[in-house]
Write a protein of this length. Structure first.
Length: 315
């Protein structure tokens, strides 16, 4: 076999092996996505209810009055002059996830440009090896880092992360905190969310579309068309105890929910990237097979011509 044909055949075999790997990785990522979606959807219902109740309390000023108490979570309502800004960034530990990490990092850098942040007035809390390594190489101050988030994060694993962030805020390691992560929209689409979460204000309780949590959802199928429905609460044993417990749940649900959402988006991005790689491998194999067949036909034609020419010469 001519050297050129052997080289093309080797490329075809190599590309087929790569295709088998990417196809298997796509199946694994899809299975992980199906597994985590159930956890994400059910947890979002709980997190939305906590946010809704806290939003009502903030509007009624009950929460802000309770924040004057000496409580580690209620202190999250307290505003102070901003000397340091904390950015909580969630990325992946590994590659092969398409533009997932690059979009998050790009959005983080845009946030820094918008608010004129630099390594002197900014600290980072990073989840995932990719983001940690990126900001370390650029000399940023990373005060907390965590790697090894499981494919389906559990609340118990996320709780130390939440408590560390809260304690750092109370210790004035930073005076405000932004959360940057990839929000899962559907299997083919995600978008990076930048959300100011600390200190807790009415603005920080806005959802990703810039609206307060929807309290009319339960009334969608009714004939109620009033402009707004207010919620009233009776506190037992006291508003301070209730608010402190509620704020703790809100802080925990916020960061744990972001980890779940980000991991869902990561699995989706990985599945899409591997599907694209598999499709590209199919295209390359088709092109190489066409090239191989043409070269083989050309070689056969050359041999026939040489045989015919030799026979003619003998005659």
């Amino acid at each position: 076999m001519p050297a050129s044909l052997a080289a093309v055949k080797h490329k075809i075999e190599s590309t087929r092996s790569t295709r088998q790997i990417t196809s298997a990785m796509q199946m694994v990522s899809t299975a992980k996505l199906n597994q985590i979606q159930h956890h994400t959807q059910t947890y979002e219902v709980y997190a939305e209810k906590v946010k809704q109740m806290l939003a009502d309390l903030v509007k009624s000023h009950s929460a802000t009055s309770a924040a004057s108490q000496d409580d580690v979570y209620a202190a999250l309502f307290k505003k102070r002059p901003v000397k340091k800004t904390g950015i909580f960034v969630v990325t992946s530990d590994r590659g092969l996830v398409g533009s997932y990490n690059s979009n998050i990092i790009k959005q983080t850098l845009a946030l820094m440009d918008e608010h004129k942040l630099n390594k002197d007035n900014t600290v980072f809390l990073t989840i995932g090896k990719t983001g940690t390594e990126f900001f370390k190489k650029r000399g940023m101050n990373i005060v907390y880092q965590y790697t090894g988030v499981t494919d389906v994060p559990t609340f118990r694993k996320a709780l130390p992360i939440v408590r560390t962030a809260v304690q750092m805020y109370n210790d004035q390691v930073f005076d405000e905190m932004y959360l940057v992560f990839s929000h899962y929209v559907n299997r083919i689409s995600s978008k990076v969310i930048t959300h100011k979460v600390l200190p807790i204000t009415e603005d920080s309780l806005l959802d990703v579309d810039g609206k307060m949590p929807d309290k009319q959802a339960a009334l969608d199928n009714s004939d109620v068309t009033s402009a707004h429905v207010s919620a009233e609460y009776e506190f037992e044993p006291s508003d301070t105890v209730i608010v402190s417990a509620l704020v703790a749940q809100y802080a925990e649900s916020l960061i744990y929910g972001a980890l779940l959402d980000a991991k869902t988006s990561e699995h989706s991005s990985s599945a899409n990237a591997m599907r694209s790689a598999t499709d590209n491998a199919d295209d390359i194999i088709s092109t190489l097979e066409l090239q191989y067949n043409r070269a083989r036909q050309a070689a056969i034609t050359t041999e026939i011509t040489e045989i015919t020419g030799g026979m003619t010469a003998q005659e």
